[in-house]
Design a protein around this ligand. Structure first.
Ligand code: CU
Length: 289
C-alpha cells in the first residue's frame, strides 16, 4: 500500500512559534523605524549656538544611554524567556543571593543616574551662564507681536500681528538678552537654537546666545496667549559683527530714527487699544524689515 509522507507531529506548532519569535525580535526595530528615529540626531536639531549645541549633545548622550540600557534589558528578558521557557516540570537551577551580581545591578544604575545628572548639571549651568558682554538686546513680547530694542542705541524693531519682525544679532560674540512681556505669558522659541523661554509679565528672564553660523532662523510664540497667538512669529538674523554695527548705525540717520519712532508709536497704539495691527498700514516695522 502506498503511503504519503506525513509531517512529523508538532511541526505546525514549531513553525508558529518561530514566526512569533521572529515577530518578537522584529518588534523593537519596527518601533525604531516607525517612530521616525533618526541617528545620530535622534530627532533633535543640531543647534547653531554654542549652548544649543551642548543641549543637542546632551540629548544624544541620553538617547544613546537609553538605547543601550533599553536594548540590553530587552535582550536579557528575551534570553530568560527563551532559554528558560518551560520544557518539563523540573525547577531550573536557582541563582538568588549571588552577591557580586546583586551589587552590580544595584551600583550600575546608581552610577548611570549620577552620570546623567552630572552631565545635565554641566549643560544647564552652561545654558544659564551670563558671561559679561557689551552686546545686549531687550526682547518684549506683547499681544500679539515682538519688540526688539538695543540698549544704548536707537535701534528698534517692532513686529505686530501679521508681521514677522527680525531680531538682528552678531555672529561669534556673546549676546545678552532680557526677555519681558507687557501683558500675558508668551513663549520665546527658536527651534534652530534649541531654546525656549517664557516671557512673563513682571519678570525679566535673562539668557545669552553665542551664534556660530550666519543666517535667518525662524522663531515663534509657544504659549497660547490669545486670539492672534498663531500669528506671533519672528525671525533671528545672525550677521557678521561689521554688518551688525552698520545695521545699528542705520538708526542714527534721520530715516532710521523716523522709522523707529513710527514703530514705537504704532506699538503704543496697539497696546492701548488692543486692536490688531492692519497690514495695509505702512508704519510699524522699523528700519529692520
Ligand atoms: Cu504669545
Amino acid at each position: 500500500m502506498e503511503t504519503t509522507p506525513q509531517p512529523p507531529q508538532g511541526a505546525p506548532a514549531r513553525s508558529g512559534r518561530s514566526r512569533r519569535l521572529r515577530g518578537l525580535i522584529a518588534l523593537p526595530f519596527a518601533a525604531l523605524i516607525l517612530s521616525g528615529c533618526t541617528v545620530p540626531s535622534f530627532g533633535a536639531k543640531k543647534s547653531d549656538t554654542t549652548t544649543g549645541l551642548s543641549t543637542y549633545h546632551l540629548w544624544q548622550g541620553f538617547s544613546i544611554a537609553a538605547a543601550i540600557i533599553g536594548g540590553g534589558t530587552l535582550l536579557l528578558i528575551l534570553y530568560a524567556v527563551l532559554r528558560y521557557r518551560r520544557k518539563d516540570d523540573s525547577i531550573p537551577k536557582q541563582s538568588q543571593y549571588h552577591i557580586p551580581l546583586e551589587l552590580l545591578y544595584t551600583i550600575l544604575p546608581i552610577l548611570i543616574v549620577i552620570g546623567l545628572f552630572a552631565t545635565t548639571l554641566v549643560v544647564e549651568n552652561k545654558v544659564v551662564a551670563e558671561p559679561k558682554t557689551s552686546y545686549v538686546v531687550n526682547i518684549n513680547a506683547f499681544q500679539w507681536g515682538w519688540k526688539f530694542s538695543y540698549p544704548g542705541t536707537n535701534a528698534l524693531v517692532v513686529g505686530q500681528t501679521t508681521q514677522k519682525p527680525t531680531m538682528m544679532m552678531p555672529l561669534g560674540v556673546d549676546v545678552h538678552f532680557n526677555l519681558t512681556s507687557s501683558d500675558v505669558v508668551h513663549g520665546f522659541y527658536v527651534p534652530d537654537f534649541n531654546f525656549s523661554r517664557y516671557a512673563l509679565p513682571g519678570v525679566t528672564n535673562n539668557f545669552t546666545f553665542h551664534a556660530m553660523k550666519t543666517g535667518t532662523f525662524f522663531g515663534q510664540c509657544t504659549q497660547l496667549c490669545g486670539l492672534y497667538h498663531s500669528l506671533m512669529f519672528f525671525q533671528v538674523k545672525v550677521v557678521s559683527l561689521p554688518e551688525y554695527r552698520n545695521w545699528i548705525h542705520q538708526f542714527d540717520t534721520p530715516a532710521g530714527a523716523a522709522a523707529a519712532q513710527a514703530a514705537q508709536q504704532a506699538l503704543e497704539q496697539q497696546n492701548a487699544t488692543h486692536v490688531p495691527y492692519k497690514p495695509a498700514s505702512t508704519t510699524g516695522t522699523g528700519a529692520a524689515n
